[in-house]
Ligand binder design. Structure first.
Ligand code: FAD
Length: 323
């Protein structure tokens, strides 16, 4: 495996919007850096649903005040990919793509980073790994079948099919509405007794009215207990219901890579597994290891998003530069 002799001031793990923000701030402070990204540039965004529209207006997604021009106030996925990719090109960001970080070890105040392709060293590490890689599993028999997906892409696949959409958050609601409008026969399976209260205010009445009129079916206080090739079994308040089924879209959320955080010695607190860090500097309980972006929230993945976490980058660069 290739060994690189360069010692960076910092290595940024994750080339999402916040990893890119960290690189821009590092450049301003003349800190040497390298972004290591396991997929393409802004890999999580690349894997978002084809027709998604951000809930933020474009200026709230801007990095380093670089204008983000979009056709409508709230940009599309394609516009966001274009925006962040153009920043990577025009600012000539130092990044290695399709190079996944597998281990980070601390040897005498220098971090040794082992990836799928190479080894790198840095005095500081920023973890900007997001939360989108690891879906929250239902842990039911049949979840491994090919008809079960934890990511939603495009509604066309589901036309004329019986689709169970599990969850009641933004992702589940967007998928249920799109699939219904492309001719899918949708049943939402919701653990609680209503559609999530964080669903976008302009979308919530739409799904509630579709449920009321019966265009989209919904089972509340219900969960899937078994998935088979042609049916699913659901428990609703102790009663077993069997439904014919072609596809299950389990949109039950995602979680940060806690295994990686723990392996680095970052402490996780409480039921929500909130990583320990200083909110003024973003440094964790491990000196030299920083967190940026949505990874900061532990299981509360809704707490941080691009809008409110892009500010992490400047805090970190300032702290490292003053060391
Ligand atoms: C459908 C949807 C709509 C959204 N709309 C908005 C919105 O309107 N406004 C808003 O502010 N936020 C929105 N968000 C949330 C926002 O996209 C995330 O908060 C944001 O992507 C966080 O950026 P990040 O850089 O912290 O993480 P990510 O974008 O997830 O980036 C993390 C990166 O780390 C990489 N990575 C992970 N592990 C490794 C490893 N071991 N080695 C190397 N690389 C690794 C991943 O491939 C990924 O590219 C939305 C999210 C979803 C799902």
């Amino acid at each position: 495996m290739a060994k690189n002799d360069k010692l960076y001031d910092l290595i940024i793990v994750g080339g999402g919007p916040i990893g890119i923000a960290c690189a821009l701030e590092a450049e301003k402070k003349a800190l040497s850096y390298l972004i290591l990204e396991k997929g393409t540039v802004v890999n999580s965004l690349y894997n978002y649903p084809t027709n998604m529209q951000f809930f933020s207006t474009s200026e709230k997604l801007e990095l380093d005040e670089i204008p983000f021009i979009s056709k409508e106030a709230k940009p599309s996925k394609q516009e966001a990919l274009e925006y962040y990719r153009r920043i990577a090109t025009s600012r000539r960001l130092n990044m290695k793509l399709f190079e996944k970080v597998e281990a980070v070890e601390n040897a005498c105040d220098v971090f040794q980073v082992t990836t799928t392709k190479s080894n790198h060293s840095a005095r500081n590490i920023i973890l900007a790994t997001g939360f989108y890689d690891l879906p929250n599993l239902m842990n039911v028999p049949g979840e491994e079948l090919h008809k079960v997906f934890h990511y939603y892409d495009d509604p066309h696949l589901y036309a004329f099919q019986k689709v169970a959409v599990v969850g009641a958050s933004n992702s589940a609601v967007d998928a249920a509405l799109e699939i219904y409008r492309k001719g899918g026969d949708v049943t939402m399976i919701v653990r609680g007794n209503e559609i999530g209260d964080r669903v976008k205010y302009w979308v919530k009445p739409d799904v509630e009215n579709r449920i009321k009129e019966g265009s989209i079916k919904a089972l509340f206080n219900a969960q899937i207990v078994k998935i088979e090739q042609d049916i699913i079994k659901i428990d609703q308040k102790g009663q077993e219901i069997t439904l014919e089924n072609d596809f299950v879209l389990a949109l039950t959320g995602y979680r940060p890579n806690f295994k990686m955080l723990k392996s680095l010695g970052v402490k996780l607190e409480g039921k929500m597994k909130k990583p320990v860090y200083d909110s003024q500097t973003m440094e964790t309980n491990v000196p030299g290891i920083y967190l940026a972006g949505v990874v900061c929230g532990g299981l509360e993945t809704h707490k941080w998003f691009i809008e409110n976490s892009r500010a992490h980058a400047a805090l970190i660069a300032e702290h490292i530069a003053n060391k």
